[in-house]
Design a protein around this ligand. Structure first.
Ligand SMILES: *Cc1c(COP(=O)(O)O)cnc(C)c1O
Length: 340
């Protein structure tokens, strides 16, 4: 069976069918906008969310960083939850790339409310950064894969519109949420000024993210992608993988979510587990009981060919994905039930 890798849903390899569609891609120089496969992927993504345009980028960090830069000016402020990827895992890029401050909200499992955002908006004084942009993360990674429903997003959108704030969605794992809620991409598109999705996570493409928005926004974003060094040439080979992923790998995310739930239920019964965060999509975060540290626990798992990552001193994260099979799930459960 080989190693069971639950470090992230980024560890997947392209399937044979995905590789075949990459091999057959018709390509050109995308910096001249002459790669038909990149153009097709961008058009497909824009249409999916009912927006005018989209931009193919090397990573979700780049799509988020570009979005922050286009939506803000220096000396302004971004509002988000304290667990947000843009704050936790993008090397402080909001300050480096855009010269903006950040206001962190103490949300629940990475989710924030309109009420909390309203309180976080700065009054206009010379000594305060101007509140400009709200970023929601759906699903929220550090929040344990928690997700928003549209009913929760609607009041946030209404507040942003009434206060003149832009609203960006870090939707790296958005489809893991949508297969749970049954909500449409069109409805999501209606509620955000810009949306970032990752093709390289649960969707199983080797590389790539998409930034989606209106024409002016994407035109500015394309210039920023170039200055950040993200203008790629025959990127159609990668875009073909993205098209394949959007056509074939969205619905099956439910399988990943369901397997994560089963892992969560198994962990709950183990005496070495203190708490399991509510499992809502394909991420399982749990805290160890007693004196056991994440480092010790992960060593034990590694000796059984199971890989995962620490998420704190006594906290561990598992992420399910396309290359994590039913047989692997069964092996994992056996191992978890035999450990102490
Ligand atoms: C993975 C991820 C990103 C982008 O990561 P890259 O590795 O730069 O593609 C952004 N936001 C969230 C929530 C993520 O999980």
């Amino acid at each position: 069976m080989g190693k069971i890798n639950l470090m992230s849903d980024t560890v997947t390899r392209p399937t044979i069918q995905m590789l075949e569609s990459m091999m057959q891609a018709v390509v050109g120089d995308d910096v001249f906008r002459e790669d038909p496969t990149v153009n097709a992927l961008e058009e497909k993504a824009a249409q999916l969310f009912g927006k005018a345009a989209a931009l193919f980028c090397p990573s979700g960090t780049m799509t988020n960083q570009i979005a922050i830069n286009v939506h803000t000016n220096t000396l302004e402020e971004v509002i988000c939850d304290k667990f947000s990827h843009i704050y936790q895992y993008e090397t402080g890029g909001y300050a480096f790339n855009s010269g903006v401050a950040i206001k962190l909200i103490d949300g629940v499992n990475g989710k924030i409310t309109a009420k909390q955002i309203e309180k976080a908006i700065n009054p206009v004084y010379d000594w305060l950064p101007i509140s400009r942009l709200v970023v929601l993360e759906n699903t929220c990674n550090k929040g344990g894969g928690s997700y928003y429903t549209l009913d929760e997003i609607k009041p946030i959108r209404a507040l942003c519109v009434s206060k003149g704030l832009k609203l960006h969605l870090d939707g790296a794992r958005l489809f893991n949420a949508l297969v749970e809620t049954g909500e449409s991409t069109q409805a999501v598109g209606n509620h955000f000024d810009s949306i970032s999705i990752c093709l390289s996570k649960g969707l199983g493409a080797p590389v790539g993210s998409l930034l989606i928005g209106d024409i002016n926004f994407i035109n500015q974003a394309r210039r920023l992608r170039k200055v950040m060094g993200g203008g790629m040439r025959q990127a159609g080979y990668l875009a073909a993988a993205g098209i394949y992923a959007l056509d074939n790998h969205i619905e099956r995310l439910k399988v990943d979510n369901d397997r994560a739930k089963i892992i969560g239920q198994t962990l709950k019964k183990q005496s070495y587990v203190e708490t399991v965060r509510p499992v809502q999509s394909n991420i399982v975060i749990f805290d160890l009981s007693g004196a056991q540290t994440a480092a010790i626990f992960l060593e034990k798992l590694k000796s059984k060919d199971i890989l995962a990552v620490p998420f704190g001193e006594k906290t561990v994260r598992f992420v399910t994905h396309l290359d994590f099979t039913e047989a692997m799930l069964n092996t994992l459960i056996e191992v978890l039930e035999s450990m102490d």
